[in-house]
Design a protein around this ligand. Structure first.
Ligand SMILES: [Zn+2]
Length: 464
């Protein structure tokens, strides 16, 4: 067998690793490369040509940087099966359809404003075709994605439906090899989700390293630290009378934010402000979370049993249309706007930033990772002015970063989760991290006693 690192090798987006067993190619994830618009389009286009002869895909979770290049594969000849958990299929459906509509709007914008004719990476019908190729398996259930290979998903505690992937490979005449792919690995103690399941022993380990060199500075109480940071941002915007804009993933982090905002208001730590969730996805994500309540944590089960909705109430407004979205900016006074992030490169958050970045009363609170060369990263690093929708804007809003909101395990949590694999793992490959983070985790693993961990370059191959 061989493992090739096609994406998310010494970077964080475009997660895709190829496992070849007896000539059959399996992919772990098929994620979209995300970053500056034109570069992203070219990289993802180039990837789409690889669809032919892929036997099956094992999808760790629905985030676009893990699933976003799936629809393009159908066109390039993929006829295999995409394996995932039931919640991942439901979420992938809404995220991929949303991605298709963003692509369509983007193409229309380029045509109108810059007179450039470009094709969208994929359309809604491509999404429907890849959804038809999906087969779902619950956590803990073995399935056979190819001859000589069996696999199962375990809860990774990152977003609903997220999984670490465990494979057993029995090539004829060879010793059995086990492969563990962490996927995006979550944190213990986060609201709504269950804690990540322990990683079973494996000879080959692919681990994410988004925070391979950093620890979330929230000690033993991540929820407490996150709520305190959020309460400070809310009070800061309220005191100055401006808007609080939080660019956040629609699925996962938006629900965490709503959960904490409701708790903080109930505890009297913040005023009861209007919260606009500016994403049609969010309604669907909430429905999906309800549908899959069986895989949520015990505290959420208890709240739902008391008919206490942990997410929605009469102050939380789910914004559907673009017109409604634009009207939020004309409303006076303080309000909280949670809009899909896209690292501030696209989507509705761009319009809110255009309206409020120059306003010293406004607060922009980042809760997620912002990739290099993205507008989100430039704002976070204090660059001013910034270019946005063809205009230059002086950044006068207060910019804050709330680290603990990461749905990714930090360095300490990753090392702890991997520790039981120490004596067994022959190959530990550190992926899904920028070079400094990946290298730092490699060093940490070596120090902990792992045999020659590596952070592979794109297209590196391991033969076993
Ligand atoms: Zn993810």
């Amino acid at each position: 067998m061989q493992v090739r690192f096609l994406g998310a090798a010494r970077e964080v987006t475009g997660s895709c690793h190829e496992v070849t067993v007896e000539g059959r190619r399996l992919l772990l994830d098929c994620g979209m490369w995300q970053g500056a618009r034109d570069e992203a389009r070219e990289k993802n286009r180039a990837f789409a040509l690889r669809g032919k002869n892929i036997h099956a895909i094992l999808l760790s979770h629905a985030h676009i940087d893990h699933s976003g290049n799936l629809p393009q594969l159908v066109d390039s000849g993929f006829r295999g099966t995409v394996w995932c958990t039931p919640a991942t299929r439901d979420l992938a459906r809404v995220l991929l359809l949303d991605s298709a509509s963003i692509a369509a709007r983007d193409v229309a914008y380029l045509k109108k404003r810059e007179r450039r004719a470009v094709e969208p990476l994929f359309t809604e019908s491509d999404v429907e075709r890849i959804l038809a190729a999906m087969k779902v398996v619950p956590y803990g259930t073995w399935f056979e994605p190819a001859p000589h290979v069996r696999a199962r998903f375990e809860d990774a505690g990152h977003i609903i439906g997220s999984a670490s992937v465990h494979m057993e490979i029995d090539e004829p005449g060879r010793e059995r090899k086990r492969l563990t792919f962490t996927g995006d690995f979550g944190r213990r103690g986060l609201p709504l989700l269950r804690d990540p399941a322990p990683l079973p022993p494996a000879e080959i380990v692919l681990t994410e390293s988004t925070y391979g060199g950093r620890c979330h500075d929230d000690g033993v109480d991540p929820c407490g630290a996150m709520k305190t940071a959020l309460a400070e941002a809310v009070r800061s915007a309220e005191q100055s009378g401006g808007k609080l804009i939080i660019p956040a993933f629609s699925v996962g982090r938006t629900q965490t934010l709503l959960y904490f905002l409701n708790e903080l208001a109930d505890e009297g730590r913040i005023p009861r402000l209007h919260v606009f969730v500016d994403s049609p996805l969010s309604t669907e994500a909430t429905v999906i979370m309800r549908r899959h309540a069986d895989i949520l944590d015990a505290e959420t089960h208890a709240k739902l049993a008391r008919a206490a909705d942990p997410l929605l109430n009469d102050r939380v407004h789910l914004v559907e249309s673009v017109e409604q979205s634009k009207r939020i900016n004309d409303m006076p006074g303080t309000a909280i706007i949670i809009a899909p992030s896209g690292m501030c490169e696209f989507g509705r958050v761009v319009h809110h930033l255009k309206h409020h970045l120059h306003d010293p009363r406004a607060v922009v609170a980042f809760v997620g990772y912002q990739g290099v060369h993205t507008l989100g990263r430039r704002i976070l690093e204090g660059v001013t002015p910034v270019r946005l929708l063809g205009t230059s804007i002086d950044v006068r809003a207060r910019v804050v970063k709330m680290n603990g909101f990461s749905a990714h395990a930090d360095r300490r949590e990753l090392l702890e989760a991997l520790d039981p694999l120490k004596g067994v793992a022959e190959h530990v490959c550190v992926v899904h991290g920028e070079p400094d983070q990946a290298d730092a985790l490699v060093a940490g693993l070596r120090e902990a006693g792992f045999r020659s961990p590596v952070a592979p370059e794109p297209n590196d191959v391991i033969e076993l």
